[in-house]
Design a protein around this ligand. Structure first.
Ligand code: AHR
Length: 512
């Protein structure tokens, strides 16, 4: 196989240090910069494959160690990630989900066929209480995706009341089911992919429906809903334009979906077995999210220059072929350093538009697509993408700091290129600067010199994510092949900071 063995490449001396150092400038004097919403590091969980059942939830009676039915290992891993927000129950599943099926005694809950995802029988043992209690355990905001495609206005309105009202018939029912205090639920998605699996609607028709749903989903007891219109996918700018015109005044947020995928028909390529060309192609496709976002934002700016409406990229990530031997329709894929690269480079894009992007939710949190964790029976694997999210935690809620970088770009298709080095920076509440640097190049190890407007660094510590190869991955029984390690190669100089950047690496520096 055409594996790209970085260690070997380095050994043979193929890694080249560019003659010219790459210059990074950190504009730490810049004022009026946006805060990077913590929710940009949000997650998505769907009743799909083993994301919920087996991934997050095993039930109280399981032999797998659990806390009130939630897997202990996964819970601990996710707590360490500081998940800010979790979207649920779909995805496409959301528009077939009837919340009443998932409350009350488990033995009375009806079963249903999950027709979107492999025809698996869903027993509804994980429902509203199980989800909202999970969010409480994780300390994250819940994001409920409401059923517009096959539900009713009344159904969604009552769901909101059930979750958030203090008194009244819905609150009484909730209390009878064991939850006295209402939950706080801020984020409410009004449908999902309403142009597709969520009802195959036209934007004009969806806009009219949105008006009705938004009218009757009320704020109870000081809970303030942030209502999110079901937005476009990729390059469907017409969907965005019509929605903004018709319901811009009624929405708090507008969603956008963008997957790094080869296409929707035929093979999407293997998550594990790929060539160097496939690798660079994937990064180019991932980075195309930037011009896509820019065009949607331009439309938003034209009707909302004050940036009142948030853009929520509430589904994104890599989408490859399902792993051979796994259940069709369960979207189980492995995850390599390539996926971590996609994640890190995408974070940099999100940071650049932090004045408009209020949330992003990678698809998905466990066992589906670009997952954080993979589980098999009582085993759990943290993926390279998990480690990328972990490495970027300091940027959550920090102030964006503009940067420039002189790195050239590699042309990967006639219309797409990938920078040879990509940087992003932020300043946290304590005043520390975090600078993340991605070197996507497989054979280049440039010297990077970092200068600041005014900061004279006195300390710098680094943490790096890197594998032995770009297709390195963690697996059951081999959980530590890819992970983060201290990086000691950054030194303070008169000009700022200097380091030699290992190939195919992702680095976060903490600078004071
Ligand atoms: O994440 C998998 C699916 O992708 C979601 O259910 C759907 O919204 C999108 O098409």
């Amino acid at each position: 196989m055409k594996r790209i063995l970085l260690a070997l490449v380095a050994l043979l001396g193929y890694c080249t240090a560019s003659a010219q150092p790459i210059e990074v400038h950190v504009a730490d004097r810049a004022t009026n910069q946006p805060t990077i919403a913590p929710e940009i590091y949000g997650q998505f969980s769907e009743h799909l494959g083993t994301c919920i059942y087996g991934g997050l939830w095993v039930g109280e009676d399981s032999n797998i160690p659990n806390e009130d039915g939630y897997r202990t290992d996964v819970l601990e891993a996710l707590k360490a990630l500081q998940v800010p927000v979790l979207r649920w129950p779909g995805g496409c599943f959301a528009d077939e989900y009837h919340w009443r099926d998932g409350i009350g005694p488990k033995e009375n809950r009806p079963r249903m066929v999950n027709s979107n995802w492999g025809g698996t029988v869903e027993d509804n043992s994980f429902g509203t209480h199980e989800f909202l209690n999970l969010c409480e355990k994780l300390g994250c905001e819940p994001y409920i995706s409401g059923n517009v495609g096959s539900g009713s206005v009344e159904e969604l309105a009552k769901w909101v009341e059930y979750m958030t009202a203090d008194s009244g018939p819905m609150a009484e029912e909730r209390k009878k089911n064991g939850r006295e205090k209402p939950w706080k639920v801020k984020y409410l998605g009004v449908g999902n992919e309403s142009w597709g699996c969520g009802g195959n609607m036209r934007p004009e028709y969806y806009s009219d429906l949105y008006r009705r749903y938004a009218t009757y989903c009320r704020n109870f007891n000081g809970n303030r809903l942030y209502k999110i219109a079901s937005g476009a996918s990729d390059y469907d700018f017409n969907w965005t334009e019509v929605l903004l015109k018709q319901i811009g005044h009624q929405m708090h947020g507008l969603s956008l979906h963008y997957y790094t995928v080869k296409g929707w028909t035929g093979s999407k390529g293997s998550a594990l077995d790929f060539t160097t060309d496939d690798y660079y192609w994937t990064l180019g496709k991932a980075l195309e999210i930037e011009p896509v976002i820019r065009r949607h934002i331009a439309l938003m700016d034209s009707v909302d220059p004050e940036k009142r409406i948030g853009l929520l990229v509430d589904e994104w990530g890599t989408w490859f072929d399902e792993e051979p031997g796994t259940v069709r329709g369960h979207l189980y894929q492995q995850n390599t350093m390539r996926d971590a690269m996609v994640a890190a480079l995408t974070f940099h894009v999100f940071h650049r538009y932090a004045d408009r992007i209020t949330m992003a939710n990678i698809a998905q949190i466990a066992n589906v697509l670009q997952a954080m964790v993979l589980t098999r029976d009582d085993e759990m694997v943290l993926t390279p993408t998990y480690h990328a999210f972990w490495l970027y935690r300091p940027h959550q809620g920090a102030k964006f700091v503009p940067t420039t970088c002189t790195a050239p770009a590699r042309k990967v298709t006639p219309t797409r290129s990938v920078p040879e080095v990509s940087v992003t920076a932020s300043r946290d509440k304590a005043g520390k600067i975090h600078l993340s640097i991605v070197n996507p190049e497989l054979e280049k190890e440039p010297t990077v010199v970092i200068a600041f407007d005014e900061l004279k660094p006195t300390t710098v510590t680094g943490t790096m994510l890197r594998g032995d190869s770009i297709d390195a991955y963690n697996d059951f029984g081999a959980t530590n092949r890819v992970g983060v390690k201290p990086f000691k190669g950054a030194k303070i100089t008169k000009a700022g900071i200097e380091l030699k950047l290992p190939s195919a690496s992702i680095l976060t520096l903490e600078i004071e």
